[in-house]
Every structure is written in structure tokens, then in C-alpha cells.
Design a protein around this ligand. Structure first.
Ligand code: NAD
Ligand code: UGA
Length: 466
């Protein structure tokens, strides 16, 4: 039976864009995206969507109220649907067994139990959240133990590979769509029904079908392999700085080998985002549980290297500023974990600014898309700095890059927003209004250092020692 009615549980960075694109491409399917968070749903129903993603507004505004709906009526949407995406958050556990490493599956379990409790007809349940390998087994047990007699559930794993900032592009033209299912006649039929949703716009040869466990593990594996490339090039950036090699040249020279490839080899201040660290730690935990300590240590090193890169950058800034940044004004350009998103989860800027505050610097932050309150919330988290007051004493949020850099001793470029490029921002104006010597630290390798040195800046770039 073709799918006619889809419910997506979780209106976040994945559920929102993914199911909006399904509605946009499949006018014959009614798509209802639900969430427990009323404010988030209200925002999805407003002119000001809760997430910034290039191209998202147009798609939502075109289909909303036609075959795309946002609501907090979770039960109603579950009952109507033939297929349900579970796209809820799976953060790293904060306490209990596996704290700091294992994924917290409470939200997945909550959504699964709700489906079992309220469903009045058979459904295909699709695991969209990133989960540890064999989670589908637990979902199946919960569904079977709690459902009304006569109702049957099939489970598919359909991990999402979109990247923030390019989500719409990635969804409209994915490299592949992965669908895992039990290789039973019912499982294969469910797999086929979900595949037919995607083949409304994705060429059939890009829809890969596998068994459930391969699909679940492939998602963790893909993120681990991607993050590993960044940690590898960042490890090489340290060697470049010590030897005079240039990390951009090394990445280019290596990436030209088609077996290596050029993508995801850009050295940086360290990767951020809600998933890389969480998913690698998840893989580390899985390896430990499987009594594979060498495998666990191998993947853990990717995260350790990422922390090292951030700390190394801070140490370099402090030593360049004559070993003290106390009372100095540091302008931080960018707070989001990458350009074209307002998402700040695990952003490198958070680690850097917390360290600057520890050193008693005055920090001025500018980001074109991140909400001011969000910046204070991220910096005030308990831990290194546990009071909001302390943060407010040290950090000012600015309305422009020029304002942030005014009277600064150093500018630290943390997010690669296009408006910070030397072709967009007037660095002469920035320089004229800074304390001298005017230091500039490029954590994203997007600036023309020679041009900026001509203006008078003392420029440092990760992975270069010019
Ligand atoms: P998110 O926090 O933005 O959204 C999750 C939403 O689920 C929240 O709004 C929350 O209120 C809602 N929710 C939780 N429990 C619920 C319940 N029982 N009923 C209804 N709503 C509920 O998270 P996200 O970034 O969209 O990530 C979701 C999943 O997708 C995670 O497993 C993540 O690892 C994975 N993923 C994320 C990305 C990404 O780029 N953010 C990419 C691929 C995969
Ligand atoms: C990443 C993956 O790219 C997606 O395929 C995956 O679906 C997603 O995680 C997920 O599971 O959540 P995302 O975190 O949104 O997507 O963004 P990326 O483009 O991967 O960037 C992650 C971090 O790595 C950013 O901080 C980025 O600046 C950094 N990065 C990326 C580098 O430092 N160098 C690079 O060459 C590429």
C-alpha cells in the first residue's frame, strides 16, 4: 500500500526540513510534523521559522496549510498516519551508566511508547534519529509489548545525512538515501513503501536498502569517518606550523589523489555541531560494550584531537598577545558551529570564549544569525563558568563586526561566514579602529593573510607559519 499520510515526531533541525521537503515533493502525501514544544511549533506556523536554513522558508511557505502541517497534537497525528518518522533528539547521556558517552534514548523511547499507546491501526515506524546499533530491536520490543491486539508495526531505519547550512540542497539532491529493515517479507514491504516516498524525487539507484543493523551502524560510521578527516588534517596543521609547511597546500596536494578526495579536508579551529562528537562517543561506547578496547581508543582519538586543536589555538592566541589577555579586548567573529546556520551546539566558539573569560579578557562577539540570549545561555552552562553574571561581566554581544572589533586588541575569526571574508568586510576600517599592534587570528583559513599584513595586521593562520 503506498504511503498517504506521514507523521514526523520531532520538529527540530532534522524533522522540520526533512519532512517539509517530503511534503514539497510529494503532493499526494499529507505530512504532519509534531512536537511537544509549543513555542517551536508556533514558530513553524509563523513567518519566522525556528531554524535558519537557506531555502527552507520558500518550501515551508509553499506547502504549509496544503499538505504540510505543524501541531502539538501528537496523538492525533500518530493515529492518522500510515508511516511515522521518529526524529527526536538523542543527546549524550549526562548521568548514569555511560554518562558522557552513550546516547540518551529517553526521547526515542518516549515517542515509541506513545505510538504503541495511541495507535489504532498498523504503522510503519521509521527510526530517523541517530541511534546506537540495535536500537530498532528495543523499539520493536516496546511496540509489540504495548500495542492493541491486531495492530502490527514494521520498523525501518532511515538515518539522515543532511548537513546544517546545506540541508535543503542535501535533501533535494542526496548522495544516497539509506533504508534498513528486517529482511522478512513484511520488513521488505515496509522498506519498499518508504523507498517509494523518496523516489518521488530521488533516482531509484540512490536509494540503498540494507538490513536494519547495517543501516544503524552506517550512520555512526559515516559521521566518524567524516570527523576523522577533520581531526587528521587538524593534526597535520600542528605539524605544518612547526615545519613551515602550509596546511592548505598539503590538503590540496593530498586531496588531488582521487582515492583521498578534496572534501572535508579544511583545517579549522575544530569541528562543532550537535552530532560529530556525540556520535563518535556513541561508537566508542558501543565498542567498549562489545569488549573492543582498541577500537574504542582508535575512534576516541578523533575527539581528543578536536579538543587539542581548540586548546592549541587558545594557547597560541595568549602567547602571541605577550602571554596575557587579562583586560584585553578580544573580538570574536562568529559563534555558530559553521556558516549558514544559527545552531551553536558544540560550537568551537563556546570553548574558546570560556577560556578567554578564564583569562579575564573582555570578549566582544558578533554572529549574523545567532540569537543574543542563546550566546549567554551557551556560555553560562554550569561547568567551567557557572554564573551568568560572570559571563555578562566579560562578554558583550555586538550588532556588527565593526562594533565588535572597535578598540579590540585582537580579532579571532571563528566561523567562516561569507561576510567576514576580506572581500566583504572592510579590514582597513577594522584595523584603523583597533589597538596596535592589531592581532588577527584566522581559525578558518578564509582570509588573504598577505593582504591583511599589508594593512598592518599581525596575522596568524591555523596550519601556517609565515
Ligand atoms: P532537535 O533537538 O533540534 O529536535 C528534536 C525535537 O524532538 C525537539 O524539538 C523535541 O522537543 C522533540 N521531541 C523530543 N521528544 C519528543 C516526543 N516524545 N514527542 C514529540 N516531540 C519530541 O534535534 P535534531 O538536531 O533535529 O536531531 C534529531 C536527531 O537527528 C538526532 O538523533 C540527531 O543525532 C539526528 N541528526 C541530526 C542532524 C543535524 O544536522 N542536526 C543530522 C542528521 C541526524
Ligand atoms: C554532519 C555531517 O556532515 C552530516 O552528513 C550529518 O548528517 C550530520 O553531521 C549529523 O549527523 O548531524 P553538520 O554537523 O551539520 O553535518 O555539519 P558539517 O558540515 O559536517 O560540519 C561539522 C563541523 O566540521 C563544523 O564545525 C565545520 O565547520 C567543521 N568542518 C567541516 C571542518 O572543520 N573542516 C571541514 O573540512 C569540514
Amino acid at each position: 500500500m503506498p504511503v498517504r499520510n506521514i507523521c514526523c515526531i520531532g520538529a527540530g533541525y532534522v524533522g522540520g526540513p526533512t519532512c517539509s521537503v517530503i511534503a514539497y515533493k510529494c503532493h499526494d502525501i499529507k505530512v504532519t510534523i509534531v512536537d511537544l514544544n509549543q513555542a517551536r511549533i508556533d514558530a513553524w506556523n509563523s513567518d519566522n521559522l525556528p531554524i535558519y536554513e537557506p531555502g527552507l522558508d520558500e518550501i515551508v511557505f509553499e506547502r504549509r496549510g496544503k499538505n504540510l502541517f505543524f501541531t502539538t497534537d501528537v496523538d492525533g497525528a500518530i493515529q492518522e498516519a500510515d508511516l511515522i518518522f521518529v526524529s527526536v533528539n538523542t543527546p549524550t547521556k549526562k548521568s548514569g551508566m555511560g554518562a558522557g558517552m552513550a546516547a540518551d534514548l529517553a526521547y526515542v523511547e518516549g515517542a515509541t511508547r506513545r505510538i504503541a499507546e495511541v495507535a489504532k491501526s498498523s504503522k510503519i515506524v521509521v527510526e530517523k534519529s541517530t541511534v546506537p546499533c540495535r536500537t530498532a530491536q528495543s523499539m520493536r520490543t516496546i511496540l509489540e509489548a504495548n500495542s492493541t491486539p491486531g495492530i502490527h508495526f514494521d520498523i525501518c531505519s532511515n538515518p539522515e545525512f543532511l548537513a546544517e547550512g546545506t540541508a535543503i540542497k542535501d535533501l533535494l539532491n542526496p548522495d544516497r538515501v539509506l533504508i534498513g529493515a528486517l529482511q522478512t517479507p513484511e520488513g521488505i514491504a515496509a522498506q519498499k513503501a518508504l523507498a517509494e516516498v523518496y523516489t518521488h524525487w530521488v533516482p531509484a539507484d540512490r536509494v540503498i536498502t540494507t538490513n536494519l543493523w547495517s543501516s544503524e551502524l552506517s550512520k555512526l560510521a559515516a559521521n566518524a569517518l567524516l570527523a576523522q578527516r577533520i581531526s587528521s588534517i587538524n593534526a597535520l596543521s600542528a605539524i605544518c606550523e612547526a615545519t613551515g609547511a602550509d596546511v592548505d597546500e598539503v590538503a590540496y596536494a593530498c586531496g588531488r589523489d582521487s582515492r583521498i578526495g578534496s572534501k572535508f579536508l579544511k583545517a579549522s579551529v575544530g569541528f562543532g555541531g550537535s552530532c560529530f562528537q556525540k556520535d563518535i562517543l556513541n561508537l566508542v561506547y558501543l565498542s567498549e560494550q562489545l569488549h573492543l578496547p582498541e577500537v574504542a581508543a582508535y575512534w576516541k582519538q578523533v575527539v581528543i584531537m578536536n579538543e587539542y586543536q581548540k586548546k592549541r589555538f587558545v594557547r597560541h592566541i595568549i602567547s602571541t598577545l605577550f602571554n596575557t589577555i587579562t583586560n584585553k579586548k578580544i573580538a570574536v567573529l562568529g559563534f555558530a558551529f559553521k556558516k549558514d546556520t544559527g545552531d551553536t551546539r558544540e560550537a568551537a566558539a563556546i570553548t574558546l570564549i570560556k577560556d578567554f573569560i578564564q583569562e579575564h579578557a573582555r570578549v566582544a562577539v558578533y554572529d549574523p544569525k545567532v540569537d543574543h540570549e542563546q550566546i549567554f545561555r551557551d556560555l553560562s552552562e554550569p561547568g567551567v563558568i557557572d554564573t551568568r553574571k560572570e559571563v555578562e561581566k566579560h562578554v558583550t554581544i555586538c550588532a556588527s563586526a565593526y562594533e565588535a572589533c572597535h578598540d579590540a586588541d585582537a580579532v579571532v575569526l571563528v566561523t567562516e561566514w561569507d561576510e567576514f571574508r576580506d572581500t566583504a568586510l572592510d579590514y582597513q576600517k577594522v584595523y584603523d579602529n583597533m589597538h596596535k599592534p592589531a592581532f588577527l587570528f584566522d581559525g578558518r583559513l578564509i582570509l588573504d593573510a598577505a593582504k591583511l599584513r599589508q594593512i598592518g595586521f599581525k596575522v596568524s593562520v591555523i596550519g601556517k607559519n609565515e
